[in-house]
Design a protein around this ligand. Structure first.
Ligand code: TNX
Length: 525
């Protein structure tokens, strides 16, 4: 796997020019407000301590603060080699990084933070653990890129003096990974989660099931994983997550402020399930496993007691593994489901079943058939690459909310350019770096008010990306760009500024070993 060569013509700063740029000017997503404080640079030293409020050994919120501090220390130790002990506040002054809870939500809300960097110490302040976690990610990006290294680096660990007040534009800042078309082992997902955390993404949508594979162990229907998970696109060996592995993914994400949204795609995209249990089909015959690229040809048999029992069992087991409020039930490309009335009734049944297990549902916006009970008060993920959709407009008028993933902006399986040789689809057009960034989720669907937009999700379907390197090539630089679309207020977004901040981010990707597309639109070093 290789990156496409950078095209000629882009202005390229010299490495020295990059080294002279303050990390304050390289933050992604850009903070709401950041003021440089000259002369107030902080130096991380072997004696630096991380300080948490008193009571942080106990239960509840203060305990979570301790967890955030521990994670910060763990993230900063490898490259610095410093002990970075975490200590309860004893009034100690000196070289400290202090995490503090506040009741003053002005300008920071539930997920934002205030970050003060001064010679004497760094203070991170938020109304809860979520905001403090976001503050630690900003602090990490304020350190030199070498902080991302896994082994000790000989670097002056200077943080530029600054006062930052920051909070997100949207509550839902997501990324989707399709682990069904290709199976990605847990360690790949764990690394992806770490990267999402760096960009303040707070939802990981896992597309767990599709025609080509079923990737989660289900005790009541064991063949879903053992048979349905036994291959993938192209016919490779596939795989699935045991419940323990899946729970570890959910927990790894939670520690980093990320809620996993599991997707069980129904009633279409179900060959792996149908092949595992012939009784889920209308003729009772299990089809062979599917390893091709097509969509829209499979369906559960609707209206049968067996299908209702299947939905109940699967959603019950998935709900038990899901601390978050949402399960995604798919609903896309159900072209093989007939008649339409059955589809609408099915989505209503699946919605009610999820509710029985304490979960709300998300569906692809193609599930927003007018009059469907799924419409009112539901959450739909909008993927159409066009601005007019009456069902989305009507549903939001009745109270539905949208997560914006318009394919021509946020589908990261789209090629960057026509000539990009290796990966990608083009059915929604080409999505160069700039296209992924310059759009407004609040005005993407005509007639849908901004108040109906919950947030943004970068979406990676993986029929064309068989391994971690090719996945990364599609994600970078577009994933961090979409994270900024989701976080930074529109007034703070600027392509000209973002494109000059991304080369410094790429030094962090290099340290992570991330393969990225060297877009000619960005002045890489
Ligand atoms: C559409 S949009 C799909 C996926 C494909 C993708 C390929 C949607 C909800 N489903 O099944 O993988 O296009 O770009």
């Amino acid at each position: 796997v290789v990156s496409a060569p950078a095209a000629a013509g882009a202005a390229t700063p010299t490495p020295t020019a990059l080294a002279a740029v303050s990390t304050l000017d390289t933050l992604v997503p850009a903070p709401v407000s950041a003021r440089a404080e000259p002369g107030q640079d902080f130096r991380l030293t072997p004696g630096t301590a991380i300080v948490v409020p008193r009571g942080a050994g106990g239960a509840g919120e203060v305990h979570e603060v301790r967890e955030v501090a521990d994670l910060l220390a763990a993230d900063l130790r490898p490259a610095t080699g410093f002990p970075l002990s975490v200590a309860t506040d004893s009034g100690r002054r000196g070289n400290t990084i202090t995490l503090r809870l506040t009741r003053d939500a002005r300008g920071i809300g539930a997920e934002g933070y205030r970050l003060d960097v001064a010679r004497s110490g760094v203070t991170l302040e938020a109304t809860g653990a979520a905001g403090l976690r976001n503050a630690t990610q900003t602090l990490r990006q304020l350190l030199p890129p070498a902080i991302e290294a896994e082994s000790r680096q000989d670097v002056a660990w200077t943080v530029p003096g600054a006062h930052i007040v920051d909070q997100p534009r949207y509550a839902y800042r997501g990324a989707m990974l399709d682990v069904a078309r290709y199976y990605f082992p847990p360690d790949v997902v764990h690394r992806f989660i770490d990267q999402l955390g760096s960009y303040k993404v707070n939802r990981l949508h896992l597309h767990l099931t599709d025609d080509q594979g079923w990737r989660l162990q289900v005790d009541s229907w064991p063949r879903l994983a053992t048979h349905g998970g036994s291959t993938q696109t192209g016919g490779g060996p596939g795989g699935y997550y045991t419940k323990a592995e899946y729970a570890a993914i959910v927990e790894h994400a939670r520690e980093r402020g990320i809620t996993v949204v599991p997707e069980v795609d129904m009633p279409g995209h179900t060959t792996a399930a149908l092949s595992s249990y012939g009784e889920l089909t209308c003729d009772g015959v299990a089809p062979p496993l599917y390893t091709g690229y097509d969509v829209g040809f499979s369906s559960l048999c609707l209206g049968t007691p067996t299908t209702a029992r299947f939905v109940d069992d699967v959603l019950r087991e998935v709900a038990a593994l899901t601390p978050g409020e949402y399960i995604h039930i798919g609903g896309d490309e159900a072209a093989a489901t007939t008649p339409e009335a059955d589809y609408t009734a099915f989505m209503a049944m699946a919605t009610a079943t999820a509710a029985k297990y304490g979960k709300k549902v998300i569906g692809w916006n193609s599930a927003l058939a007018s009059g469907s009970p799924f419409g009112a008060g539901a959450v739909a993920q909008y993927w159409y690459p066009w601005p007019d959709d009456a069902t989305a407009r009507d549903a939001t008028a009745r109270g539905a909310k949208l997560i914006m993933s318009p394919a021509h902006r946020a589908y990261l399986d789209m090629k960057y350019t026509a000539t990009e040789p290796l990966y990608g689809q083009a059915w929604a057009g080409y999505v160069e770096a700039r296209n992924a960034y310059e759009w407004n989720p609040d005005t993407t669907v005509n007639g849908v008010p901004a108040s109906a937009v919950l947030g943004v999700e970068a979406t990676l379907f993986t029929q064309i990306t068989p391994d971690e390197k090719s996945v990364q090539f599609m994600l970078y630089p577009r994933l961090p760009e979409l994270a900024e679309v989701a976080w930074t207020p529109l007034s703070g977004q600027s392509w000209d500024r973002l494109r000059t901040r991304l080369p410094a981010q790429a030094q962090r990707w290099d340290a992570w070993g991330v393969n990225y597309y060297r877009s000619p639109q960005i002045p890489w070093v």
